[in-house]
Design a protein around this ligand. Structure first.
Ligand code: ATP
Ligand code: MG
Length: 194
């Protein structure tokens, strides 16, 4: 499961858990992005912070693991590189790339889109308020993509950051350890603190 995880929240964790159960996956590997080129419009928290929050959030689940492949690779993160690296590390694994429907919709802007579908099956998680347009869905090879509806969890990292910046709580939107990590490292400080 690729993501910026700035911060990781319960939407990500529920989505991962649902997809794990749906496909009976051996493990879900969370892969925090290195330098997310699609988000160059806003500053992204340091990769090491996003990685550690992801480790904290997933530590208790024996089927959840975190990979450093993207944060240890130099330059912008492209999903094709992520999949090639994971394939090299696990040559016999059947790979499923879990992502949000919003990200899947942009798949044709991703580098080497055709090869992506050869390396992995894609699982698009739909969240409340999002419907994928039929043209995009229709242009993705149907045997390589499955849409999975995630129970209503209108949580986004954007909202979590905005709440912190407004001095509002993020308790129960993100795992307790992540709430504490944000406080300890003063991520997304409230505007009047700056
Ligand atoms: P941002 O608001 O900064 O874009 P985000 O909440 O979308 O953050 P990402 O790190 O971009 O988080 O998400 C990684 C993947 O998880 C994306 O493909 C995204 O669509 C998906 N995702 C995010 N939130 C949810 C949710 N509540 N339910 C299901 N999938 C989600
Ligand atoms: Mg997003």
């Amino acid at each position: 499961m690729g993501g910026t995880f700035d911060p990781i929240h319960h939407g990500h964790l529920v989505a991962a858990s649902e997809v794990q159960a749906w496909f009976d996956l051996d493990e879900v590997v969370f892969v925090p992005t290195g330098d997310p080129w699609q988000k160059s419009d806003r500053p992204v928290s340091p990769a090491e912070d996003r990685y550690l929050m992801t480790v904290i959030a997933t530590a208790a689940n024996p089927r959840f693991n975190v990979s450093r492949v993207d944060i240890d690779r130099r330059g912008p993160t492209y999903t094709i590189d992520t999949l090639r690296d994971l394939r090299a590390a696990m040559p016999d694994a059947e790979l499923y790339f879990i992502t949000g429907a919003d990200a899947l919709a942009e798949i044709f802007t991703w580098r080497d889109a055709d090869e992506l579908f050869e390396l992995a099956r894609f699982v698009g998680c739909t969240r409340p308020g999002y419907t994928m347009d039929a043209a995009t869905l229709g242009s993705i090879p149907s045997d390589r993509v499955t849409m999975v509806e995630i129970p209503a969890l209108a949580i986004s990292s954007t909202d979590c950051r905005a709440r912190k910046q407004r001095g509002e709580p993020v308790w129960y939107l993100v795992p307790d350890g992540v709430v504490q990590y944000l406080a300890k490292h003063d991520l997304y400080p409230s505007k009047d603190q700056q």
